[in-house]
Ligand binder design. Structure first.
Ligand code: SF4
Length: 290
């Protein structure tokens, strides 16, 4: 629970607030961008919810916050049934972010019953996933966002997919499937409508997942920048190789997609041609940041 005694001064007066335990993961700003903003290294409430829609969004952010840094006297019980949050078709945003993945956003594909990156293993979410038919597979974009994968595996018996170049001690139980990922830059068709595309850069074994040639789940490889008005990558959080990440980004020009759904950073939905143009801008911008 957030602590009113630790309420940040930047919060505007009112019921919702962020306390000083915030780790600035950005998750609240993804779920409720009209309520939360950031100042230096922490989030704060810049606008108290006024409509029912804003209230629900703020409550979803409260549930999602990985460090329980958001407070409200009204709690968030009403929002529990709204998570995972529907995006389009059978694609959902899970909520319930985990501190061990620095609050990364994870996703659920309802038809194939796939989790993309790992949310927190929270009772209400597990119940909702159970009601949806369980989880058959977890697709993990990279080593940083695996969070509670073992608990989900134990509960649902799901396969787990992670590029072998990102398998580390804390991820050693993850099965790398299908075989053949030694060819690290070759895309793998996991199903007729689902492709795993290796994107080394942020980490050596980073990969993105393309679903139905429409939804691109990008982990920490690619996100939308509202300030720049185009897609971008995290130069200051590139742990493996920026030149490799530029090459990986360039290879994405071979694919068509309308949604970029990242682990960190902002999502975006654009017509495929506009998305491609934005990706070109991103690559040009990346080349100036070497
Ligand atoms: S979700 Fe929580 S930890 Fe993350 S930025 Fe918001 S208040 Fe901070």
């Amino acid at each position: 629970m957030a602590d009113p005694a630790l309420r940040l001064d930047e919060n505007v007066p009112g019921d919702f607030y962020v306390d000083s335990t915030c780790i600035d993961c950005d998750a609240c700003r993804v779920f409720a961008p009209t309520v939360f903003s950031d100042e230096s290294d922490q989030s704060f409430v810049f606008h108290q919810p006024e409509t029912g829609e804003e209230l629900l969004a703020a409550q979803k952010a409260l549930i999602t916050c990985p460090t329980s840094s958001i407070g409200s006297s009204t709690g968030a019980r009403a929002a529990i049934d709204t998570l995972p949050e529907w995006i389009a078709e059978d694609v959902y945003r899970c909520g319930y972010a985990s501190e061990s993945s620095f609050g990364a956003i994870s996703y659920f594909l309802g038809d194939p019953k796939i989790l993309i990156d790992s949310p927190r293993f929270a009772g209400p979410l597990v119940k909702k996933l159970d009601e949806a038919g369980g989880v058959r597979r977890m697709l993990l974009t990279h080593q940083d966002d695996v969070a509670d994968h073992e608990k989900f595996h134990e509960r649902f018996g799901c396969d787990r997919v992670l590029h072998r170049d990102d398998v580390r001690a804390h991820t050693k139980m993850i099965e790398v499937q299908p075989a053949g990922l030694e060819a690290i830059n070759v895309a793998i068709e996991l199903a007729s409508d689902l492709v795993m595309i290796p994107t080394p850069g942020h980490t050596r074994g980073h990969a993105v997942f393309l679903y139905r040639n429409r939804f691109l789940f990008t982990g920490d490889h690619l996100a939308w920048s509202p300030n720049r008005g185009h897609l971008y990558a995290f130069r200051s959080a590139c742990w493996y190789s920026w030149p490799e990440q530029i090459l990986s980004m360039t290879r994405l020009l071979d694919y068509s997609f309308e949604y970029v759904l990242p682990g960190h950073g902002r999502p975006i939905h654009l017509p495929a041609d506009e998305m491609r143009a934005s990706l070109v801008k991103c690559i040009d911008w990346m080349k100036t940041k070497r």
